[in-house]
Ligand binder design. Structure first.
Ligand code: GCW
Length: 617
């Protein structure tokens, strides 16, 4: 396999990572030896481990040099932080910092076949053709990249554990998982393994009923075997009763009952069970207007407050639908204060442009967190955007999402512009022109993508299956529960108390805000309300005119962005220039297509003429 270090934010570390270490401290010293030399930094840097500490660190001036003082993993985080600060021309000194969240997870959706579900950066970094297949030098660089931004837990296999070959805890594959755990351990990274709820049945039991004694005993045996191989395993990740995956519902058990035998077996080894909450009826009859998909997760889990074991973490997608460009926060995140929760975000750009269109997520995450004030989840997880493409993320600029995720996971609240500038400086050097242009582009990218795709929180206007490009009714006539319900009178689902009542799942202030069309934030108005095309929005425009104007403006801006990038030729490395230019051209084309399809859709349903005479068909 041929690859290069193209545009990772750690160019001063080069291609090679020293192997054969077991501790983060050894790794820290080896990385400092390479990095400080390449950065031309000569004063001595001393690494001191603080007993009893794990992840925190500080960097202080000591006579003649610097000292990194930190916990077992903290020394490594400190080493990267020091080098990244020096590389960007900042002072290396830092007061003691420890992460706000103890689990900062990355979930790969990689199948043993080597295909990555919703992957846009090539094939799996871990598997191919039904086997473990990786370049260990590349995996060491992967560990370095993750550790440099503090990601400490990874799940290397897909939550859709579908075929017998995808079951990583079998006798055949467990030794292979162990090798990966060994490779990543000196980076402070622990593994999670995605397991199939019905695995007992694949392995010869006649049931997977969580209340059945034989099932309980079976999980105990398996967990003991797994921990004998990987004693510091973080635990298991489960997608159950979701999109055709088996779960406790098969036995009329609730999710707390479903999680219990696995959680108890893990608890004996200090393990954690991360249980996903992406549960809804994906076979919904279109005539059924009582069932409203966004209500599903709250309805399933909120009644189970207090019933999950201590070592269970519920992993909740940020929105009640599914990683759309604009959704309100999932009401489940405000609920169940006594239950541990992880916020799930999606770095891989499934609904947000497939790493063809630019889409930088940090502003959106900050928005989520500020909305959740007082109910911030203690843990965090992100679906990976990585693959075996030479540049890791397909779109060179999509690396910024992984970088920002690590810092956001560590600090919770960050200075968006400062983090983004840091990534730009590390990746592209300190050309102020490049910095200005990239900062603008990245920070504006979400609103830009939103402006030419589904409007006002409506979502789901994508081509089915692939989820790239426009198809306003692509999901209308299928059973996934994502109806727009457009007709000549209006569009959208009424989720107010007089509609499906979804808003009532929120705390009262939010319910009142969203439930009233007069106070509902404009960008979410079609998520919560059904409106006529002539409804006047807070901006003073009619709904139809708003759609036309935003779509023309979005397509124009996508074009302008491509031109602005062209002006950077010669200022950024040629390969990066070409990579991004090719994508910006495709993005501009995509934006034009979205503009024309969405505008025609609204025009034909509404009959409202575009004031500016542009929408003709
Ligand atoms: O959005 C959906 C995706 C599926 C994915 C699922 C999930 C892993 O289309 O590909 O499956 O979400 O999050 O489980």
């Amino acid at each position: 396999m041929k690859y290069d270090t193209r545009l990772c934010w750690l160019p001063f570390l080069g291609d090679t990572v020293k192997a054969g270490f077991t501790t983060c401290r050894e790794m820290a010293e080896a990385e400092l030896a390479i990095g400080l030399r390449n950065l031309g930094y000569e004063p001595p840097v001393c690494v001191l481990e603080t007993p009893g500490e794990d992840e925190g660190y500080e960097i202080q001036e000591t006579p003649g040099g610097l000292t990194i003082r930190g916990g077992t993993r903290g020394v490594l985080y400190g080493a990267y932080s020091l080098m990244m600060r020096l590389a960007a021309g900042q002072s290396p000194l830092t007061a003691w910092t420890a992460p706000c969240r103890s689990l900062r997870m990355l979930n790969h959706w990689d199948n043993m076949s080597g295909a990555v579900e919703r992957g846009y950066a090539g094939r799996s970094l871990f598997f191919d053709n039904g086997k473990f297949a990786y370049d260990s030098r590349r995996l060491l660089r992967y560990g370095r990249i993750l550790a440099s931004v503090g990601i400490n837990t990874v799940c290397i296999n897909n939550v859709n554990v579908e075929t017998p070959a995808d079951q990583l805890i079998t006798d055949e594959l467990l030794p292979e998982v162990r090798k990966v755990a060994d490779l990543l351990r000196p980076f402070g990274i622990r593994l999670l393994i995605a397991i199939d709820f019905a695995l007992p049945m694949t392995c010869g039991l006649t049931t997977a009923d969580p209340l059945d004694g034989s099932v309980r005993g079976w999980w105990e045996k398996q967990v003991a075997r797994v921990y004998a191989a990987i004693p510091d395993l973080c635990g298991f990740l489960v997608k159950a009763d979701s999109e055709f995956r088996p779960g406790p519902g098969l036995y009329c058990r609730n999710h707390a009952e479903g999680a219990r035998p696995i959680a108890r077996a893990l608890a004996a080894f200090g393990g954690t069970l991360v249980w996903r909450c992406f549960v809804y009826n994906c076979q919904q009859d279109w005539r059924d207007r009582q069932t409203d998909r966004p209500k599903a997760a709250y309805e399933t889990y909120a009644p189970l407050e207090g019933l999950f074991d201590e070592n269970v973490i519920l992993q909740v997608k940020y929105g009640p639908y599914d990683f759309q460009v604009r959704e309100p926060i999932s009401p489940l995140l405000y609920a169940m204060p006594a239950t541990k929760k992880a916020l799930e975000v999606q770095l891989t750009q499934e609904y947000t442009g497939h790493q063809i269109d630019l889409y930088y997520m940090l502003p959106q995450w900050q928005e989520i967190l500020s909305d959740l004030k007082g109910a911030e989840p203690r843990y965090i997880s992100a679906v990976s955007n990585l693959g075996n493409d030479a540049n890791w993320t397909g779109h060179d600029l999509a690396q910024a999402n992984l970088f920002a995720y690590g810092l956001f996971a560590w600090y919770a609240v960050v200075d968006t512009a400062a983090v983004t500038r840091w990534w730009i400086a590390l990746t592209f050097g300190e050309d102020p022109r490049v910095e200005d242009v990239l900062l603008d582009m990245l920070l504006a990218s979400r609103e830009l993508y939103e402006s030419y795709t589904a409007p006002l929180g409506l979502g789901w206007m994508v081509n089915p299956n692939g989820h790239y490009g426009p198809s306003p009714e692509g999901y209308e006539y299928s059973a996934w529960g994502t109806y727009l319900r457009a007709d000549r009178q209006g569009i959208g689902v009424d989720r107010s108390p007089s509609g499906t009542g979804f808003v009532l799942q929120y705390p009262p202030d939010k319910a009142a805000l969203y439930g009233d069309v007069k106070t509902c934030p404009e960008e979410l108005i079609l998520f919560f309300h059904r409106l006529s095309y002539t409804h006047t929005l807070p901006s003073g425009k009619t709904l139809a005119q708003h759609v036309y104007d935003t779509h023309f403006e979005g397509a124009r801006r996508a074009e302008a962005m491509a031109e602005r990038w062209n002006a950077l030729e010669g200022r950024v490395p040629a390969e990066a220039f070409d990579n991004v230019r090719a994508r910006f051209i495709l993005q501009a084309r995509n934006a034009r297509e979205w503009r024309d399809v969405v505008n025609a859709y609204f025009y034909r349903y509404s009959g409202v003429a575009d004031e500016k005479g542009r929408v003709l068909y």
